[in-house]
Design a protein around this ligand. Structure first.
Ligand code: ARG
Length: 569
């Protein structure tokens, strides 16, 4: 990618000019925000001159004299107080463009060091409604997994399902008293949630029900065969339906290792932590204290309650062991909402005490709000489940597609599915993950603006050009980029490489979303400025190649967000 190439050339120029770089000083080149002076820009000379207390322009000149970028740039210049500006040459751009249409990775370089990364995302809880937090986690996690794989990492996706919580006390009691078997067959998740809520309400009104539920839970934990059987069925039924939803969403997991998978690891783990002096007994409970970490000094991590029960954190510690010891994870990423920040901070501290050096990252996110700015709820005031959202999205997309002409009913149904799910995913992924965003059907389904329908439509338009040509085109590598609009598009296309890598720096798929939106806009400007079909020879070949490359990058980029495209719409 140009940014990396220019950075290494600039570094080499500093060395060649005999300039010693101070410890920790990194020479960086960025995409120019103002393209009047060039396509890429570096303020390295200015920053360094400040540190060395010398003249920035003179320093920049010294470096520029040694700069060897003739194969990449048609012009380099020193502007303003000492900015180094780089203008890419038409040849270099043409080469890139050809690469984008030929290379499996569209010119996006592979990482130098492949890492094994375990990504923990989605992780709903059995018999509890999947809420918007799970929606965000599912989309962000899936996109990060796709990007990490695409750039060459070895990714393991693991759905750490909440299949062993205290909710099962209520579920077991409800299963035995109020379960509607027919409803269970039809929609197990919904029926289990109904049962859970109903029993939960009963426990509030009647102390005795609460005791019964607790007893059911204890029996389950002790391995009572009847309760185990019910539990197994609950998990199996829910998983089956979840897999179906994930299938519809095109989200895939390598493993579904829920919390229950670690049950028999918990007691030995706590023993081990006690023996090693990492944990201690305090008021009958087992805790890990962080006396040397100021912000956690009064926030110990509880790993075994005084009644002997284990906790969410205990399971997570056992899970870390598994991921490190059996999967050889180099990194573990947790895509979980911001409210669990403390949990992960504690977890990572315990891991540190245990000498586990694997990089662990909590990838947090904010909430989704309704139009009223409060937590997103359905009309009946329930928290919104993923299924309802998806169904409604597809239904609304179908209404948009219904007016289209020249499509069969089957095509319309398929398109509505792609657009509906794509719209919900894009509404999520185009936001910075830490911002709370408002869920708006009208906005996300709009054909104009920063939306999935707009981008999918842009893709369809790139394709329709080739349909008009009836397949009678062979693109050749002789490209001549002359017009400003062609150049702007070629540069945008080339920047797919930088953007894709940048997504993983701070785990931000929204960078890719913004990029794709800009690309679609740049494409439209190009299409207006440059006639494609009526041009000839090398010009036509170049323009068609630009269309083809745009088509490929839009499809691949949306694909990295987990969004499918359609050929018509
Ligand atoms: N089931 C949890 C919840 O719904 C999320 C689990 C996240 N992953 C983890 N390893 N703790 O809040």
């Amino acid at each position: 990618m140009f940014r990396a190439l220019l950075t290494s050339r600039l570094q080499a120029a500093f060395t060649a000019a005999g300039i010693q770089l101070p410890e920790g000083f990194s020479v960086s080149v960025v995409i120019a925000s103002d393209t009047r002076y060039g396509d890429y820009q570096s303020n390295a000379a200015m920053t360094l001159a400040k540190q060395l207390k010398t003249n920035p322009r003179a320093l920049a000149q010294q470096v520029a004299d040694k700069l060897d970028v003739t194969d990449l740039c048609s012009k380099t210049s020193i502007d303003g107080p000492g900015f180094l500006n780089f203008t890419l040459s038409a040849e270099a751009l043409a080469q890139r463009l050809a690469l984008i249409t030929q290379d499996d990775h569209f010119g996006v370089p592979q990482v130098e060091q492949t890492k094994r990364i375990v990504i923990d995302f989605s992780a709903p809880n059995i018999a509890k409604p999947m809420h918007v937090g799970h929606i965000r986690s599912t989309f962000i996690g899936d996109s990060l997994a796709r990007v990490a794989r695409f750039v060459g990492h070895d990714v393991i996706t693991d759905n750490h399902i909440g299949d062993w919580g205290t909710q099962f006390g209520m579920i077991l009691h409800g299963w035995k008293t109020i379960l509607d078997h027919e409803a269970l067959d039809k929609d197990p998740i919904q029926e289990l949630v109904r049962v859970y809520k109903a029993v939960n309400a009963q426990t509030k009104a009647d102390e005795a029900v609460l005791t019964t539920c607790r007893n059911e839970l204890v029996k389950l934990q002790q391995g009572d065969p009847d309760n185990m059987e019910i539990w197994t069925r609950c998990v199996a039924l829910s998983l089956e339906q979840l897999r179906q939803i994930y299938g519809q969403l095109d989200v895939h997991f390598d493993h579904y290792l829920g919390e229950s998978a670690y049950n028999d690891k918990l007691a030995p783990l706590v023993e081990d932590l006690l023996t090693n002096g990492i944990a201690e007994i305090s008021d009958g409970a087992t805790c890990v204290f962080f006396r040397d970490v100021p912000e956690l000094a009064d926030k110990p991590c509880l790993i075994r309650k005084s009644d002997g029960g284990f906790l969410y954190a205990t399971t997570d510690l056992a899970t870390i062991d598994h991921r490190i010891n059996d999967w050889m994870a180099d990194e573990i990423w947790y895509v979980v909402g911001a409210p669990q920040e403390l949990h992960f901070r504690q977890l990572f501290q315990v891991a540190k005490k245990r000498g586990q050096t694997t990089r662990m990252q909590h990838i947090a996110f904010g909430s989704i709000l309704g139009q009223d700015g409060k937590m997103f709820k359905t009309r009946s005031g329930e928290s919104v489940g993923l299924l309802e959202v998806l169904d409604e999205a597809v239904e609304r997309a179908a209404a948009v597609v219904a007016e289209r002409e020249g499509l069969t009913d089957l095509e319309k149904t398929q398109i509505a599915e792609v657009i509906g799910t794509g719209a919900v995913k894009y509404a999520e992924l185009s936001q910075h993950r830490m911002t709370d965003y408002k869920f708006s059907w009208d906005k996300m389904l709009a054909l104009q603006g920063n939306t999935a329908p707009y981008l999918i439509n842009a893709y369809v338009r790139t394709k329709s050009i080739f349909r008009k040509l009836d397949g009678e085109v062979t693109l050749t590598p002789d490209l001549t980029i002359t017009e400003a609009a062609e150049r702007a598009l070629a540069i945008k296309l080339a920047q797919f490489a930088e953007t894709t890598h940048d997504v993983l720096l701070d785990f931000r798929p929204n960078l890719l979303a913004s990029y794709l939106y800009e690309l679609a806009d740049t494409y439209h400007s190009f299409y207006e400025a440059c006639n494609v079909l009526r041009s000839e020879g090398a010009v036509r070949n170049t323009r068609l190649t630009l269309c083809e490359a745009t088509s490929r990058v839009l499809k691949a980029g949306l694909g990295l967000l987990g969004i499918r495209t359609t050929e018509r719409m």
